[in-house]
Design a protein around this ligand. Structure first.
Ligand code: ADP
Ligand code: GN1
Ligand code: MG
Length: 381
């Protein structure tokens, strides 16, 4: 589904939603790898624009369950923000638009699922973080997101993609792809396979802690790329977006995936590997923002697991990109034939750099958590 250029009558699809708009134009929008996003411009000046999204139901198999999660989470966040002075729930939480049938998704005649959000004006999302202020704001946004959701009943949430961050199963899928090798691509990736094999055991550390019940499951975002935060004109974090994968998970997953995109001076798919460098001040600023908001509810074991997440995420993304490369690029949108391989190499380069700085990363997280907890980190798990 992701690779074909399908034609849709977007204006007709938009008419199924209760929008107050004279639609001026509907145009493709955003850099996402999974869903298709369109910007719905309203010709009535001063009235809301919208975002229309076709949900990738090959990947998200149960769209009603997914939309139920998003409804639950946005409703909870909105009610929590109402209690916070100076917060503006209309700008700081995504607003879903109902269909004429009072649902939050529209199923078209071809079996495509669509949803609509209000467009939040005067915001931007960025792929590569430039300033420490942006990184700090991003940390606060994801920390606050987890904190505000920490009192929502986790059992109400569906797993929108089962075992999404289960590294053991990701490696099983890679092995299956290596066995099948439908496009005869295996011969070009022996260095990457060796890189993965060397680290298999250490990368299962978070899973192991979870299985031993040393880490609690929380409601986490699970796709904390920096571009899933909307920043306002002054670079203040305004709204956490892209809520498809909000479900139970470990906090280290969100922390690690965010650092993966913040600490890297280059793009996720950088071709010239010597441009992949660590920007430590951005890591530090994000960590400070994150712990400032979240340290009050994190356990000691959770704080200790955060650096493990920092290593796990470039590894896991590399494994996933490589698996998709072997399988013939069926999951991620690609823009040229070896795109997934290039992404893999950039992620593994990033991981190598992170490994060199691991003790610094670990120490910084630990020391910073102490500051925000007034040196009284809870020992409970
Ligand atoms: P994807 O899953 O494809 O990454 P996102 O939900 O992240 O899709 O949306 C794609 C882009 O659209 C985002 O990176 C952001 O720039 C923009 N965006 C998403 N939701 C909104 C919104 N409600 N208001 C303004 N911009 C938005
Ligand atoms: C996908 O949809 P998007 O682009 O935000 C992927 C994430 C990966 C990311 C890598 C549902 O996110 O898990 O981290 O690409 N989303 C899904 O850029 O697989
Ligand atoms: Mg996104």
């Amino acid at each position: 589904m992701t690779q074909t250029k399908e034609q849709f009558n977007l204006s007709d699809i938009a008419l199924n939603f209760r929008i107050e708009a004279d639609t001026a134009s509907i145009t493709p929008y955003g850099p996402g790898h999974i869903n298709d996003t369109y910007y719905v411009k309203n010709s009535n000046n001063g009235e809301s624009d919208y975002l229309l999204q076709r949900i990738n139901h090959t990947i998200f198999r149960d769209v009603p369950a997914l939309m139920s999660n998003i409804y639950l989470v946005t409703t909870h966040l909105r009610s929590k923000l109402k209690e916070i002075p100076d917060a503006d729930p209309d700008k700081e939480v995504l607003s879903l638009v109902k269909t004429n049938d009072s649902l939050y998704y529209y199923l078209d005649g071809q079996g495509n699922y669509w949803r609509m959000y209000k467009y939040i004006t005067n915001t931007k999302s960025i792929d590569i973080v430039e300033t420490e202020e942006q990184a700090f704001e991003g940390g606060k946004a994801f920390g606050r997101f987890q904190t505000l959701l920490s009192d929502l009943d986790i059992n109400l949430l569906h797993y929108t993609i089962p075992d999404f961050h289960h590294i053991g199963l990701r490696l099983t899928s890679l092995n299956a792809a290596l066995q099948a090798d439908p496009l005869d691509r295996k011969k070009t990736i022996s260095a990457e396979v060796e890189f993965i094999q060397k680290r298999t055991e250490s990368m299962c550390a978070i899973l192991k802690l979870g299985n031993e019940k040393k880490l609690p499951l929380r409601i986490t975002h699970n796709d904390t790329k920096f571009n899933n935060i909307l920043l306002d004109e002054n670079d203040r974090a305004q709204c956490v977006i892209d809520l498809d994968t909000v479900m139970p998970g470990y906090v280290a997953y969100d922390f690690g995936d965010a650092i993966r995109t913040i600490i890297n001076a280059a793009a996720e798919d950088e071709k010239e590997l010597d441009k992949v460098k660590l920007n430590m001040p951005l890591f530090e600023a994000f960590t400070e923002g994150y712990l400032k908001e979240s340290a009050s509810f994190l356990t000691e074991n959770e704080i200790k697991s955060l650096p493990l997440g920092v290593l796990l995420f470039p590894y896991m993304q590399g494994v996933r990109f490589l698996t998709d490369y072997l399988n013939g690029d069926t999951y991620y949108k690609v823009h040229f034939p070896d795109h997934n391989l290039q992404r893999t190499r950039a992620q593994f380069q990033l991981l190598s750099k992170l490994e060199e700085q691991y003790s610094k990363i670990e120490n910084f997280i630990w020391e910073t958590s102490g500051i925000y907890l007034n040196n009284s980190v809870s020992g409970a798990v």
